[in-house]
Design a protein around this ligand. Sequence first.
Ligand code: ADP
Ligand code: MG
Length: 627
Amino acid sequence: MRGFVTLLARNRLALVGLIVIGCVALLALITPLLPLANPNVIDTPNRFQPPFSAGAVLGTDHLGRDLLSRLLWGTRLSLAMGLAAAMIAATIGSAIGIIAGYYGGRTDNVIMRGVDMLMGFPYILLALAIVAALGPGLMNALIAVAAVNVPFFARNIRGITVGIAHKEFVDAARLSGMRNREIILSEVLPNVLPVIVIAMSTTVGWMILETAGLSFLGLGSQPPQADLGSMLGEARSALITHPHTSIVPGAMILVIVMGINLLGDGVRDALDPRLKSGALSRPMPATTVDRHGPVPVAQTDSLLDIAGLRTEFRVRDRVYKAVGGVDLHVERGECLGIIGESGSGKSVTALSVMGLVASPPGVITGGAVHFDGTDLIGAPYEVLRALRGRRVAYIFQDPLATLHPLYRVGDQLIEAIQTHDPLSKEAARTRAIDLLKSVRIPNAESRIDSYPYEMSGGMRQRVGIAMALANDPDVIIADEPTTALDVTVQAQILSVLSDLRRARGLAIIFITHDFGVVGQLCDRVAVMYAGQIVEEGPTEAVLRNPHHPYTSRLIDCVPTLGGGQRKLAAIPGLPPVVDRLPVGCAFAERCDKAEPACRADAIALMPTGAGRKTRCLFPETKQERIV
Ligand code: ADP
Ligand code: MG
């Protein structure tokens, strides 16, 4: 609830709406207490007094009645009518929608066809027909407006309920022996309530307008009682001669409906979970950079050199330091493995290279990424765009999420090619077929016209690789490309990557949490923990003789075929949460060798000879392992 209020308050327009509606509602509430003239007393000698005349601040109408008094009493009535109509429509409509959506089948069919019939009539015509049948009057206008809005709520809520009624938690409730009525009240209703509130907040304004419309036509409030619609209706004949009689109620309607709509939009934005999670807000084209202090220089003249990279997520008042000072480099044609538990910052490191971390909430706060000599952090978007896919390409974990489900894979490949290379469609198609062949897709000429859903997981990931290769990049960053695949397919994909690397001189950064994969493919490996590199070195040396206790424990988690009935070691505890990192070694809590010194101060990544580095005060000194 507090979150809702802060979200609403952050939306300036909604706040304006809230204040306007608050003032109007307050005025309407205290109207009986104000020293106003009687709104219905006729005083014909003083008819059509202009505003600001003695005794009538807003003037008088065609019967000499005080306009201010009529306006306030009329606003009170119109607001009450609109709100009542909205409540009635929401209650009845939602009940119908929930019942239809929950029970489904014939119940749904019968109810919804009835609703469809109501919806078949033009809106205002239906309201007029209902009032005509019931006779003019305030109550009947209210019923008419509520009735014509019921189908809107019924349709909306039914749609949501159908989705919820088949969710697992509803099945679980049913299995636990709850009755339908209980399930509807305790499981379904709480989940559709936000939608009901959203639908109401966006339609109250309409309903006030509709009741005013009926009164305007003389079918709602009856003389002498004032509401905003009837005031407008009575002023119609004097519109040209005495415009203030129309302007006063007209302006009030405008203010109320504008206020309610602004507030309603704000309520919708604050309550809609998709909007709240930011799923509908588009991230910026490149990650925000907020870099202070001197820019680190490249430490090597490698193709890609990452120095002191820091990336954090600023979510409300929390700061998640996902990447806390990472140094890495990749040579041409080299394969570097990055390994670590889930959440250790591997993906964020990889995405930071091309400014692909979503902003907000991601911010790069330090470090440099030199690609071929130029620093990419803070580079103009055009520069990044020219490099993305062209010289540095990505392969992601889930090929089904990477490929657009509604386009043929060939079209997607051709698009990737044409983005950087103005080839004709035919030439691009030939190239796409070649690419599919190069990732060993059998029968590439016909497979190119398949949709992603017609392919197996392994085939889709090959298409993903082909897409990354489309523009002959220098570096491919593969973020757990085989995690979603089974072991045999994984082996095929790895061999494809390994061959391509040799044939094309590709540099590969291979992110994984599997030491087996690293051992097969990578020349060098960097081990990440809590946003930092804790150990780095040639793959074989690291696997044979890990220096950091974390690496050693990670390797112990890997089962070996024919390794006897060894008990697999799990690492106790959980990785630290990156918004509350300890001062010293982040692994100390889970390390059985930790000393007070480990927790005292930050520990540097120190060279330990033979191209190896370790971030540990007490490196392992075990004898060699057999891998
Ligand atoms: P992995 O090593 O599994 O690829 P990531 O690089 O995806 O891990 O994530 C590193 C850390 O950054 C995690 O602790 C994660 O919770 C955090 N993180 C990632 N994306 C976001 C985000 N959009 N907002 C807040 N925190 C995030
Ligand atoms: Mg990841």
